[in-house]
Ligand binder design. Structure first.
Ligand SMILES: *Cc1c(COP(=O)(O)O)cnc(C)c1O
Length: 418
């Protein structure tokens, strides 16, 4: 199976060049028979729908034009149903920046120096958020799960919440390094029952639209995400939904603080601009990104088929072992002992598909991550099926190499050992 992407009618354009810059080095290693730009089956960036690619190639536009105010205003209002946000006093923010900017946005606006924050650490990205908050002077406490590939237990969270007053609890909805899903509804219920004032902050960079997320119904205060994962847009947008309770806290903190923190990521500076554009009127603090559904059900169905193929047909063990903690936008699986991530990733790249390696200091070479989020999951394309077929071929080839060596066992052999 070699990668085949539906043709894009338009000429290559800027967003495409961005992708190209990121993957350029690796493309040089791809074989001639592969697609010139591998199909991205990684947990971000993801494939962008041809219609979106086309739309991104429109001419430059002034942020003071009515046409931009209309488009940006519609973008902001259409985020409300995407987050399942029904409170008109809550506010979506769209800033130019990557997903990580959302961490700075939270640290700058909602947590004063020395305030206590409880961070549920499920892996690499959760730790990044924890480090960011710590760098801004928050009094951070890290809770870890009992085993890699698990979510943090609610009992541990409850014990912490009873032990002291936390300003916020921070959770990573889908931990992209391990494909672990943290259930938000029970977490929110727990916080509201023990410490109702505590803010629930969610990093949904790898989960918005690939997982069920009900901002208002589940009483979440802040959800941050980025454009290039399940939303299937080019990278470069930091998107955040903030509850009215959290907006009040940010404004209060801003007016009472002697020393103002942050500038670009300041909620009080952006709030009037976002409100203005959502009302289809222009505004200015800094230039907004001018170029610019129950979808999660489809992700769920696609994810189930990928997990089944990987565990049943390939016989690989998943990192995330508990069904309700399995992410639906990516699957992480352990490799047979004889293989390393680079063997599998290299062979897949030759077939025109880019998967991701592990993201754990010691165990990163032992597992791979297969992304099935965004357009590749909910669009009409067959990227995921093609990728699975290619993966089966790759494993069959590794078995063959091993069989040829005639060492008798039925395992695998890495190309390095031939
Ligand atoms: C990718 C990711 C980020 C960082 O987003 P960037 O756009 O790379 O800055 C943060 N959190 C999670 C859970 C992610 O998957």
């Amino acid at each position: 199976m070699t990668a085949a992407r539906a043709p894009v009618e338009e000429e290559p354009h800027r967003s495409r060049f961005l992708h190209i810059a990121v993957v350029l080095k690796l493309i040089h290693h791809a074989s001639a028979e592969g697609s010139p730009v591998p199909i991205l089956l990684a947990p971000g960036p993801t494939e962008v729908a041809p219609a979106v690619l086309k739309a991104a190639s429109h001419p430059a536009e002034s942020h003071f034009s009515q046409s931009f105010a209309d488009v940006f205003g519609d973008t902001l209002s259409s985020l409300r149903p995407l987050f399942q946000c029904t409170d008109p006093q809550a506010q979506p923010f769209v800033l130019g920046g990557s997903g990580t900017l959302g961490w700075d946005f939270v640290a700058t606006n909602f947590i004063a120096e020395g305030e206590a924050v409880l961070c549920l650490s499920t892996g690499f990205f959760a730790n990044g958020f924890y480090n960011c908050l710590t760098a801004y002077g928050a009094d951070t406490t890290k809770l870890t799960p009992t085993a890699m590939g698990r979510a943090v237990s609610l009992d541990a969270v409850a014990a912490e919440l009873r032990s002291k007053q936390y300003k916020a609890v921070v959770a990573t909805h889908v931990e992209t390094s391990t494909a672990v899903l943290t259930q938000l509804k029970p977490l929110s219920d727990l916080i509201r029952s023990i410490s109702p004032e505590t803010l629930l902050v969610v990093d949904a960079v790898a989960s918005l639209v690939s997982e069920e997320l009900r901002f208002s119904e589940w009483d979440i205060d802040i959800v941050l995400t980025g454009s290039q994962k399940a939303l299937s847009c080019p990278p470069g947008l930091s998107i955040t939904m903030v509850s009215s309770r959290a907006i009040d806290i940010a404004l209060q903190q801003y007016s009472s603080q002697q020393k103002q923190r942050g500038w670009y990521a300041s909620l009080p500076r952006w709030l009037p601009i976002m409100r203005s554009y959502e009302a289809k009127k222009v505004g200015y603090f800094a230039t907004p990104p001018t170029q610019l559904f129950e979808v999660w059900r489809r992700h769920k169905a696609k994810a189930a088929s990928v997990r089944e193929a990987i565990s049943q047909e390939l016989g690989l063990v998943l990192l995330s072992t508990v069904p309700e903690e399995q992410a639906n936008g990516l699957t992480a699986c352990w490799l047979p002992e004889e293989l390393e991530a680079k063997d599998v990733l290299g062979s897949m790249l030759k077939k025109g598909f880019m998967l991701s390696g592990g993201m754990h200091a010691e165990l990163g070479t032992k597992y791979v991550r297969f992304g099935h989020m965004g357009y590749s999951a909910f669009g009409e394309e067959t990227h995921v099926q093609q990728g699975l077929e290619a993966l089966k071929e790759v494993f069959a080839e590794f078995r063959k190499v091993d069989a040829d060596e005639g060492d008798g066992d039925s395992g695998y052999a890495s190309p390095g050992s031939v």
